[in-house]
Design a binder for this molecule. Structure first.
Ligand code: NAD
Length: 308
């Protein structure tokens, strides 16, 4: 078996070291506030993990436990508090549309998760900067960004091709179309030039920039195909189905596929390494590194330290 397993800890290490050095050299103490308004043990675990990682890199992390009804007011207070550089909320809070509303209550200058309307809209429309003078890069949602960084690390992005087109020629499946991860991820990969099959319980869509990647941003098309038809065409398969019952059949995968799982459940079968060239079993550690990277960026924007 010549499959290489790539652990998220390996990919995240260089980002974390860079963040740590940057914080130390510049003698800054960026502060991230996490709001927990649910009793979800997974959210608590994620919060503990974020706290530990932040402590290691020199980021100040404060977990604020609030009631669901208090949350909006507490977000507004943190938006206005100059000592807070970044805000994140552990979802779900109410579930459904009220959570979408809460995502847009976070100021875009403090939105480390990149979930406010402007950032999500910009991902879908391939708008990479927050401002007309292109000094402030947009904040990208952490898990889709983590998947992109993993694909760069393992060489799926081709550095010979100009920036912005480096996935041209790649065919990728994303099995999840949630607004938090799967849909923005499919859009970003297609904006970077890939042909992306976006799969969810209701069907399959194709995201592309058209033949010759002539379009400025991706377009979406519903297709009448099955998973059995599309998966064998894919160079990369990324899974995010939140149930241990779901398994992507190894028999469908192209020989030498790159297989990445971001679900908390193992979505690939136990024999995945018999077919994959590279297998990434989880992405969580890279997600937290991206959270910190976004925080540093927002810290600098708040202090007028922009790219140019
Ligand atoms: P969600 O419930 O909002 O979305 C699940 C998606 O999977 C939907 O698009 C749904 O249609 C699709 N799906 C479900 N069953 C399917 C099937 N049989 N075939 C094809 N598609 C199917 O969940 P979410 O918030 O996107 O989270 C998904 C998973 O990713 C969870 O396990 C979550 O814990 C994990 N997650 C991980 C990170 C991380 O950084 N590691 C971050 C966010 C979410």
């Amino acid at each position: 078996m010549s499959c290489k397993t790539i652990l998220a800890s390996k990919v995240s290490a260089s980002f974390r070291n860079q963040i740590k050095e940057d914080i130390k050299e510049r003698n800054i103490k960026p502060k991230l506030v996490g709001f927990l308004a649910n009793e979800d043990p997974a959210a608590m675990k994620y919060a503990e993990w974020t706290s530990k990682t932040c402590a290691e890199t020199g980021v100040e992390f404060e977990l604020r436990k609030v009631t669901k009804l208090e949350l909006e007011g507490k977000i507004t207070e943190a938006n206005e508090d100059k000592s807070v550089n970044g805000i994140m909320v552990y979802y779900p809070v109410f579930g459904g549309k009220q959570d979408l509303y809460l995502q847009s209550c976070v100021s875009e200058l403090k939105d480390v998760e990149g979930l406010c309307h402007k950032f999500v809209h910009n991902v879908y429309h391939n708008i990479r900067f927050m401002d007309d003078t292109e000094t402030m890069k947009c904040i990208i949602p952490c898990t889709p960004l983590a998947c992109v960084k993993i694909l760069e690390y393992i060489g799926v992005y081709n550095p010979v091709i100009p920036y912005g087109n480096r996935l041209y020629g790649r065919t990728i499946a994303v099995i999840n179309r949630s607004e938090i991860v799967g849909r923005p991820l499919a859009a970003m990969l297609a904006n970077d030039g890939a042909k992306v099959f976006s799969v969810d319980v209701n069907g399959i869509q194709v995201f592309t920039r058209g033949t010759g990647i002539k379009l400025a941003h991706h377009q979406v098309e519903d297709i009448d195909a099955t998973v059995e038809e599309i998966i064998p065409q894919c160079d990369v398969v990324i899974t995010g189905v939140p149930t241990p019952k779901y398994k992507m059949p190894t028999s469908l995968l192209k020989d030498g596929v790159v297989a990445i799982n971001f679900s908390s459940s193992a979505n690939f079968e136990d024999d995945i390494k018999s077919k994959a060239s590279i297998f990434v079993p989880s992405v969580g550690k890279v997600t937290v590194a991206m959270l910190e990277r976004n925080l540093l960026r927002l810290h600098d924007y708040q202090n007028n330290l922009t790219e140019k």
